[in-house]
Design a protein around this ligand. Structure first.
Ligand code: GLN
Length: 541
């Protein structure tokens, strides 16, 4: 989207700082992304920066149960899942250094200290660490030259581990000028069960914590089950020393894509325009139409999502989003049914029962042997019962194993990830992975071009080349490609100049496609992922 001249000519980048208070899990990432969406729809270039307090360099080594999905960027960075929202809402392809972690910051400061950059000085949290944080922010600004930088400070105000970020964004006001920075604070406005009254005290206290750190909010978003009453807005405004119009409802909604529309209606842009001397006029009609399809579509389809972290929906966040994007375009509502594949292999859940009434099956990405046999049984069912199947990364590797076992007569076929001593290692480590011992950022990561085979389903979806995003250590073992293909399996996408199989499909099946990539990561509401789009279409039939 091109910025109108008057906007792109403006030299000064504006900063919007989003902090959260009261409780965690209020949806700060979504709130920030929603503000961003409004600005982007007005033609502005918006770049997100997320600051995480943990000491890991990135979330790549964390269990998805602990941290939710690891989001992989085109440049190969493994980042916080909030970047999923940013990619989906802001029409940007984020870069890994837009995600600051204390692990990265301390690494950077320590390296500078060893190089002698601070020679003669005692290296301190303030100013050295806070300056390092600001340096990282300004580096992004000078690289990207955005109209607006949207900075999300992780955690809840008052958390020890985020204090240095809070101090850095406080200092930023002096560096960039008071008219170029707006502080948005997201809080919680509870209503106790059995009462109707919206309570402002947690917000007041949270604003007090902000103020103790020298931050005065310009806008407060109060997350609440109901629109904030005028009286509560007045009360919050009085205590927080802002205009009543700067108190915005962060309404509980079923569908996060509604949030930009809620904010728009609440007049958040008027406040930001005034504060930052912007002239942004959002154009949200197309978005509004798609959002309305998401809840009002006339038909529902039942999708079995078969994995081992099904108790924590966050670990498959992008898969869920991608399904809903496709649903909005096909005008159906995908209803997701979580199938815990560890139960299938333990024998406490029967495949037939688990999949009864389903219109389509997805096996998403995964690691390790637990639950894998359960997934293979599910895939076999999809193949032999002609049910639409979409395999994502591990979901492709396991589909290849299933095919090798049950169609190619290699009954002992397996992945060396599951059984290192298998007789038929149809899935094996990528050659370059065999010497790697470090765990962080060592998988085959990031965006890669995929060469598409002519006259395949993949070609119908992508044309001659697709750009997809990867995160894996294992691959289809080239030694078995011929045998698999002779028995009918088609590898319809591969790495250019290399024997890495990236997309597979089965002919004579209503829809059976799988990819070594994670196409869910690049799906957007206004541009659904072709795999998901085609899969959802076939589920409707
Ligand atoms: N465990 C498999 C691998 O490392 C699949 C990874 C994934 O699904 N992201 O190759």
């Amino acid at each position: 989207m091109n910025a109108p001249d008057s906007l792109s000519e403006r030299k000064q980048t504006k900063f919007i700082i989003v902090t959260g208070g009261v409780v965690s899990g209020l949806g700060k990432g979504i709130a920030a992304a929603s503000i961003g969406r409004l600005l982007v729809s007005a033609g502005l270039k918006v770049i997100p920066i997320k600051m995480d307090g943990y000491l890991n360099v990135d979330p790549g080594t964390m269990n998805p149960m602990e941290h939710g999905e690891v989001f992989v960027l085109d440049d190969g960075g493994e980042v916080d899942m909030d970047f999923g929202h940013y990619e989906r809402f802001l029409n940007v392809v984020p870069k890994s250094h837009w995600n600051l972690t204390m692990g990265k910051i301390f690494d950077y400061v320590r390296q500078k200290e060893r190089k002698g950059d601070y020679l003669g000085k005692t290296v301190q949290y303030i100013p050295h660490v806070t300056s390092a944080i600001k340096e990282k922010i300004m580096h992004v600004v000078s690289e990207e030259r955005p109209d607006v930088v949207l900075i999300e400070v992780g955690g809840t105000i008052g958390d020890l581990e985020n204090e240095l970020y809070v101090e850095a964004v406080r200092q930023l006001k002096k560096d960039v000028g008071v008219n170029n920075i707006a502080y948005v604070h997201l809080t919680y406005v509870p209503i106790f069960a059995g009462t109707k009254e919206q309570k402002s005290k947690p917000t007041q206290q949270s604003v007090n914590i902000l103020r103790q750190r020298g931050l005065q909010p310009d806008i407060i978003i109060g997350r609440c089950a109901r629109k904030l009453d005028d009286s509560i807005k007045e009360k919050i405004a009085l205590f927080a020393d802002i205009e009543k119009e700067s108190v915005i409802t962060g309404l509980d909604v079923d569908n996060v894509y509604e949030i930009p529309l809620v904010f728009q209606e609440e007049g958040i842009l008027k406040q930001l325009n005034e504060k930052l001397q912007l002239n942004a006029i959002p154009k949200m009609d197309e978005w509004k139409k798609l959002v309305s399809n998401m809840s009002r579509a006339p038909k529902t389809i039942n999708i079995a999502l078969c994995g081992k972290y099904t108790k924590l929906e966050d670990s498959y966040a992008s898969v869920i989003e991608a399904l809903h994007h496709a649903g909005a375009h096909v005008n159906v509502i995908p209803k997701i049914h979580w199938i815990e594949t560890t139960r299938i292999e333990e024998g406490t859940l029967n495949v037939e029962d688990a999949l009864r009434g389903m219109d389509g099956i997805i096996v998403p990405g995964g690691f390790g042997s637990r639950g894998a046999e359960g997934k293979i049984s599910v895939i076999q069912h999809a193949r032999t019962h002609h049910m639409p199947y979409l395999g994502l990364c591990y979901g492709m590797q396991l589909a290849v194993i299933e095919y090798a076992r049950n169609r190619c007569g290699l009954s002992l076929a397996n992945s060396t990830e599951i059984n290192p001593r298998t007789t038929f290692p149809v899935i094996d480590l990528l050659p370059e992975q065999t010497t790697i011992t470090q765990k962080g950022a060592t998988m085959r990561l990031g965006g890669q071009d995929v060469e598409i085979k002519p006259q395949t389903n993949a070609e119908k979806l992508f044309g001659p080349v697709a750009r997809l995003r990867f995160r894996h250590r294992y691959e289809v073992n080239p030694a078995f490609i011929e045998k698999l293909e002779n028995m009918g399996l088609i590898f319809s996408g591969k790495a250019p100049q290399r024997e890495i199989m990236q997309i597979m499909e089965l002919p004579d099946h209503p829809f059976f496609m799988a990819t070594q990539a994670h196409p869910e990561l690049t799906s957007r509401l206004d541009k659904p992922c072709p795999f998901f789009h085609a899969f959802v279409r076939s589920c409707v039939k």
